[in-house]
Design a protein around this ligand. Structure first.
Ligand code: SF4
Length: 229
């Protein structure tokens, strides 16, 4: 079965599922080759809580770009311990790429994201066939059209268990599951990535308006990644 046929079958059999049910179904499809990617950002704990409910040993990939807020690194440690996640993989760029990317966010953020995020992720997903993420349609932009199961480049199956969740469902999950907020949420950050490329946003702005604010760039590129051969 080629990659397109596989994704079509998965959409047919599991496309009606969301959240934990979807994650569990795809875990059965890929018992050894499903991973989760998390930024440990503003709403990341909602997906991580589902992971913890399903299997605390499910691999979680965390890209430490070298430009993250100290608060994000602390939140990563807090959530890993609180949820007892046993296989959180902190993935960093190569030292040579860090050197090449020094302050590159000022002049060429696409190249910076490529060196600090895309290349490390490509290395980290070797051996995996499916990758789950926390993207949601209500975040707008290109995310409005995402499906819960999609074909990634190179045959990777992309799974977004929260794609159809609303802001209200996310807020309910925080309340009902008593999940802690990222410390920067209290300062107005509603989407949190690297410190040079994130700013607080007002309630009247789109959730991701603070990412690469003032630039045409809206995504870092990791959601189009190719699976390495
Ligand atoms: S988000 Fe900004 S600092 Fe982080 S990798 Fe991309 S361009 Fe570089």
């Amino acid at each position: 079965m080629n990659g397109g046929d596989l994704v079509s079958r998965l959409q047919w059999t599991h496309g009606h599922l969301d959240g934990l049910e979807l994650l569990a179904a795809l875990r059965r499809e890929f018992p050894q080759t499903l991973a989760v990617i998390s930024s440990f950002g503003a709403e990341s704990v909602v997906l991580l809580d589902l992971v913890a409910q399903l299997d605390k040993a499910l691999p979680v990939i965390f890209l430490d770009t070298g430009e993250l807020f100290d608060e994000t690194l602390a939140y990563h440690r807090q959530l890993t311990e609180m949820l007892a996640l046993s296989d959180v993989r902190v993935v960093r760029p190569d030292a040579a790429d860090v050197k090449r990317a020094d302050e590159l966010w000022r002049t060429d953020p696409d190249a910076c994201c490529h060196l600090r995020k895309v290349l490390p992720l490509r290395r980290a997903i070797r051996g995996f066939q499916a990758l789950a993420d926390g993207r949601k349609r209500f975040h707008g932009g290109g995310r409005e059209a995402i499906r819960t199961i999609e074909a990634g480049e190179g045959g990777m199956v992309k799974i977004s268990p929260l794609a159809r969740w609303s802001q209200e469902q996310i807020d309910n999950a925080f309340r009902e599951r008593r999940l802690p907020r990222h410390p920067l949420v209290a300062e107005g950050y509603r989407s949190i990535g690297c410190w040079p490329c994130s700013r607080p946003t007002g309630a009247d702005e789109p959730v991701r308006a603070g990412r690469w604010a003032g630039a045409a760039k809206t995504e870092c590129g990791i959601h189009r990644i190719s699976k390495p051969s």
